[in-house]
Design a protein around this ligand. Structure first.
Ligand SMILES: Nc1nc2c(c(=O)[nH]1)N[C@H]1C(S)=C(S)[C@@H](COP(=O)(O)O)O[C@H]1N2
Ligand SMILES: [Mo]
Length: 398
């Protein structure tokens, strides 16, 4: 056995580039690649569609307004986005492993046409593999809130998503004959270009598939708890555990945003500018002069975690009515934040005019914690968490 291995390394090492024959495992077969590929296709499609939704929801100007109902819509689509992306990681690893020998296939010699076609296919595969690895790796790091890069995550993740889905469609079209052939046959019996005989005691292809599905399942269970409350206890890798002040996680803390106690002290006001009459509200006036309303609405972070909260405060539309702001106007929601992104967001008119949209003063029956945006934060239905602006100080009518 050991001499065998040593021999193999010696042969591989002696050649500058290995050949497909240097990867003799019958497990690396189209029968595996196609089956894992089907599920990769499913997870990538879910990821792509839910990603488009998330990208659109974060656009400042929306030709067609992003809906405010159902209030849990974004929570579900973004949860699906992160869960399907996580499931795709072990699938992609097995898939890449199964096709590794193909990397070392020599292009056909002689015929120019065959060579051109083969090169074209290699380019599309390189685009698919490169973009797929980038999508899953950058997405995973994003759920861990680790940004070891300087480019804009959202713009790059979005652009590469089109490369991934486009090259995936080309890849499926090119491989359709093989996919149909191997999916139509028993996974362990189909030959195609790989050996079929299973050595006694060796892992069968069926066994490898089972292990792959189990790995994807574990990946999902280990992370889904950040959106599915029932799974919280077993989601050991969930980035958000559901803990945090007032039972709701915090993404950027007041300290990280450089919010100072003097900012939110007695001198704090919420001003409405750009309206018929400019107005400024103290916290006492917001509490005592306006009807207090309560809504059950989720924070659904783009990074995948979400949590429902019971929010109490002023209906934004009530305040806009008093300030003489007509319906149908977009607003800029401006916070006290000094550092980092998302200190200002645009609130589209349909969100501003929705009766459930609150300027929250309380979370789960207590005055807002400073990390949840004290004195006042925005909470609107079906809105990405990143746009639920905390530590508000000014509303500008656009
Ligand atoms: N001013 C401001 N508001 C903000 C943020 C921020 O960085 N600055 N982060 C947002 C993000 S990414 C999320 S997910 C939610 C989290 O709200 P929470 O900390 O109350 O759970 O707040 C949003 N509001
Ligand atoms: Mo977020």
């Amino acid at each position: 056995m050991s001499t065998n291995l040593a021999d193999r390394f010696a042969t591989v090492g002696a050649k500058a580039i290995p050949t497909p024959e240097d990867f003799p495992s019958r497990l690396r077969s189209p029968a595996i690649s196609a089956r894992v590929g089907v599920w990769l296709g499913v997870t990538f499609t879910i990821c792509f569609l839910t990603g488009l939704i998330s990208h659109y929801a974060q656009n400042e100007s929306q030709p067609i307004a992003f809906p405010t109902s159902p209030f849990w819509g974004y929570r579900v689509t973004q949860g699906l986005h992160v869960i399907s992306g996580t499931a795709a990681i072990p699938l992609l690893l097995v898939k890449l492993w199964s096709v590794l020998p193909k990397l070392f296939e020599m292009p056909p010699r002689g015929q120019v046409r065959a060579l051109a076609v083969s090169l074209l296919e290699k380019v599309s595969i390189a685009a698919l593999v490169g973009s797929s690895i980038f999508m899953l790796a950058s997405g995973l790091l994003n759920t861990a809130q680790w940004y070891p890069w300087t480019f804009s995550f959202r713009a790059t993740h979005y652009a590469l998503a089109w490369v991934a889905i486009g090259s995936l469609i080309v890849h499926i079209a090119v491989k359709l004959p093989i996919i149909r052939e191997v999916l139509g046959a028993d996974v362990d019996a189909t030959g195609h270009d790989r050996p079929t005989a299973v050595a006694p005691g060796a892992l069968s292809r069926r066994g490898l598939l089972r292990a792959t599905w189990a790995a994807a399942g574990v990946a999902v269970l280990a992370t889904a708890g950040s959106t599915v409350p029932l799974l919280r206890k077993i989601s050991v890798f969930a980035v958000r555990t559901g803990d945090g002040p007032q039972g709701v996680p915090v993404n950027r803390s007041a300290e990280a945003a450089d919010i100072r106690s003097t900012d939110v002290g007695a001198g704090w006001t919420l001003s409405v500018v750009g309206a018929a009459t400019a107005s400024a509200w103290t916290l006492d006036r917001l509490r005592s002069e306006l009807t207090q309303r309560t809504e059950e609405l989720p924070i659904a972070c783009v990074e995948g975690w979400s949590a429902s909260g019971t929010w109490t405060g002023v209906r934004l539309r009530d305040l806009l009515d008093l300030a003489g702001v007509p319906r149908g106007r977009d607003l800029k929601m401006i916070s006290l934040q000094r550092r980092g992104a998302f200190g200002e967001t645009v609130l589209q008119a349909n969100f501003a005019d929705d009766d459930r949209t609150l300027l929250a003063l309380q979370l789960n029956g207590e005055e807002l914690d400073i990390d949840h945006g004290y004195p006042v934060r925005l909470i609107a239905p079906d809105r990405p968490g990143v746009l639920q602006t905390k530590w508000l100080t000014q509303i500008e009518v656009l």
